[in-house]
Design a protein around this ligand. Sequence first.
Ligand code: HEM
Ligand code: HEM
Length: 181
Amino acid sequence: MKDTREQLSAMTVGLHWLIAAAIIGMLAFGLYIDSLERSPERTSLMDLHKSIGVTILALACLRMLWRWRNGFPVLLGQAPRWQKAAAHAVHGLLLLATVLMPLTGILSSIGGGHGLPLFGLTLVADDGVRQETLHAIGETHGAIAWILIVLIGIHVAAALKHQVIDRDGTMRRMWGWRISG
Ligand code: HEM
Ligand code: HEM
């Protein structure tokens, strides 16, 4: 089922909330791991961070394909043009960041010679060989994380404005409810 103005598809709703929860959790998890001293526990937490991140990449790619086929949900309410343009820009950047975060993480890990784990499997072996260019690109991981945190802040503030001030059904629709007119 495709998205319509009155009701969003289960795919849009399911992927939005699954990826939203996973991304917010991973931002907190990444910052927490970053604050730990080097230890075997930190390494296994980092492996878990990487494995969840690779899984998010697969989901985020699926979502990109879905958005490309389906387009973005039609915006509700009577917002001025600049606000609609801003909403589209923030949605586009959020989608991009959900792909760039795992990709830069993967480059940081492989470029640092640490390979790529996936829940006990080895996708790329840990060979200890540093590849400076890959690692340098991967170093944008932390910076993109902070940009993403700001974007999520703007996005959630806008969602609350729709809910509390505009009362236009935007939030209800993102929970899968059918809205009228
Ligand atoms: C508690 C947190 C969040 C709330 C309350 C929330 C709420 C919403 C709502 C109400 C919409 C519908 C907008 C519309 O119909 O015009 C939406 C769309 C969207 N949200 Fe969120 N959101 C949250 C977190 C996130 C996060 C963490 C991300 C990405 C990292 C994200 C990415 C998107 C994107 C890309 C869209 C456009 C439609 C789509 O592709 O699914 N959201 N959000
Ligand atoms: C949605 C996915 C991801 C999110 C939201 C995320 C978030 C974060 C955050 C917030 C940090 C701390 C940033 C800092 O150093 O200031 C971090 C660090 C790190 N993450 Fe991720 N991460 C994701 C996916 C991945 C993946 C897939 C990998 C590797 C396969 C990875 C590898 C790393 C590494 C190696 C660090 C520590 C050093 C660095 O910043 O490069 N991350 N991550």
